[in-house]
Design a protein around this ligand. Structure first.
Ligand code: URP
Ligand code: ZN
Ligand code: ZN
Ligand code: ZN
Length: 475
């Protein structure tokens, strides 16, 4: 029987191996890997190019209801279209509990937002903002068993943050059920205190966002999160790690045998706090306001070192799309609003892989197998989607990206497919870009052109994450 599709002459790269093969695809899955495979109804010649598992973006925000009146620019259609063109075939955004409401409501609402819109496959993380006894004893365990096996908790933001006591309660549910907890680690009171002083001194411009969240507030909260997880004896994932001080806490924990995993993002490799201060008169710095804020060149190097040494398990976009020139976007509180009234977050779904492939793999800073691990395989493992996602193997979904690695492309927002009116990476150059993106054997994007369709992406319930298993210790 002929294959539905054969990709010829692929230089396949997984987190472990590189091998030259034809890839035979049937019913959306990889059916054969071998030399000179039989015919396919359709064939694509990769001409010796790298073929990698489709990217899995384990941290992005799409169409997430906001409490400050702002509206995310990307819904599941524009966000996943953008993901596809950037080589990402699975996204995991957040179904966010609103305080006073149930988690179940958030999940049902979020399914309605995604259905018939998503162009790539998707799973959901939960955000637990109100851990009532009902949530802890019933809702959360039930949802984990239904395939929502990871959730994020916040140590800052008034509408989301949990107390240490609440964090302990939530962590013990994760331990009992085998779920993965993602922690946003920044000290809320320190930020509030610093913000008040900055604003009282008239320091309200976007650049002061960075001054209101110095590295020590991230270091302290990271340390505390690690201690709380150690007390409960449960693995955790510290998300969007920005620089040296948090990295040191994570490496300390890892060296002491604690199962502390870490995530970092493109903004901590390719932006600095100076990007918040440029063109202060017209507030362009707002484009780069995210939390934790980008640091400086020396800290970028620390992040590169952590990627290389294995301190980081996953590399995500933290895509949080707010338009710049839009009253529902960065200036929801007015053009002259202080930095603390500007929605946090930057877009990055489409540029995540090309930036890291180019500066990392082609720049000699990152082994290509580590690239696949950080952007796809480890993410799939972290959230219970492996090996259906994140691998090139018999039986895996045929989510594949054929890469061009001999290009010289200037990133320009007008070429991207999100609904945000800027990219913080405008003008940066990359030497790699996804040539062809396939989702379950169907071409979704080709050389920057979107060829997929709304609703082509399917919801993926998650299994229990492998890394969330508490360690077995000998007596
Ligand atoms: O500033 C950021 N990172 N916004 C997105 C929400 C979050 O905390 O990840
Ligand atoms: Zn966060
Ligand atoms: Zn985020
Ligand atoms: Zn379908």
């Amino acid at each position: 029987e002929a294959f539905d599709l054969v990709i010829r002459n692929a230089r396949c790269v997984t987190a472990a191996d590189t091998f030259d093969a034809d890839i035979g695809i049937r019913n959306g899955r990889i059916a054969a890997l071998g030399e000179r495979l039989g015919a396919g109804h359709q064939e694509i010649d990769a001409e010796g190019r790298y073929v990698l598992p489709g990217g899995v973006d384990g941290h992005c925000h799409l169409d997430q209801p906001m409490s400050d009146g702002s509206v995310m620019a990307d819904d599941f259609l524009s966000g996943t279209r953008s993901a596809a063109c950037g080589g990402t075939t699975t996204v995991i955004p957040f179904a966010c509990q609103i305080k006073g409401h149930s988690l179940r409501e958030a999940v049902e609402d979020y399914h309605r937002r995604a259905a018939n819109k998503a162009c790539v496959d998707y799973a959901f993380h939960l955000i637990v903002s109100d851990p009532t006894p009902q949530v802890l004893q019933e809702e959360l365990p039930a949802l984990i068993r239904e395939g929502y096996t990871s959730f994020k908790i916040y140590m800052t933001y008034d509408d989301l943050k949990l107390s240490d006591r609440e964090i302990l309660d939530v962590l013990s549910v994760a331990r009992a059920e085998g779920a993965m907890v993602m922690i946003h680690a920044e000290n809320s009171d320190c930020i509030a205190w610093l913000t008040e002083r900055l604003i009282a001194a008239g320091k309200t411009a976007p650049q002061y966002h960075a001054a209101s969240r110095p590295m020590l507030v991230e270091r302290e909260a990271t340390h505390r999160a690690i201690a709380l997880a150690e007390l409960v004896d449960v693995p955790i994932l510290i998300v969007h790690v920005s620089g040296r001080e948090a990295v040191e806490q994570i490496q300390w924990a890892q060296a002491h045998g604690l199962q502390v995993f870490a995530e970092t993002c493109p903004q901590y490799l390719f932006l600095t706090a100076d990007d918040l201060g440029l063109s202060e008169h017209d507030h362009h710095g707002a484009k780069c306001i995210c939390s934790p804020p980008p640091r400086d060149k020396a800290n970028q190097q620390v992040i590169w070192d952590g990627l290389q040494s294995g301190s980081f398990a996953v590399f995500s976009s933290d895509h949080a799309p707010f338009r710049f020139d839009d009253p529902q976007g960065k200036f929801v509180a007015g053009k002259d609003a202080a930095f603390n009234q500007i929605p946090n977050g930057i877009p990055g779904l489409e540029t995540r892989l090309a930036l890291l492939f180019s500066a990392g793999v082609l720049g000699g800073r990152l082994d290509i197998h580590d690239f696949v691990a950080l952007t796809s395989s480890n993410v799939a493992k972290m959230y219970g989607l492996y090996p259906r996602k994140g691998s090139i193997a018999i039986g895996a979904d045929a989510d594949l990206v054929i890469w061009d690695t001999d290009v010289d492309i200037e990133i320009r927002n007008e070429k991207l497919h999100h609904a945000v009116d800027y990219t913080p990476y405008e003008g940066q150059r990359v030497k790699a870009w996804p040539r062809t993106t396939l989702l379950r054997g169907e071409v979704l994007a080709q050389q920057g052109e979107f060829l997929g369709a709304a609703g082509q992406g399917h919801y993926q319930p998650c299994g229990l994450p492998t890394p969330a298993k508490p360690r077995v210790r000998s007596a």
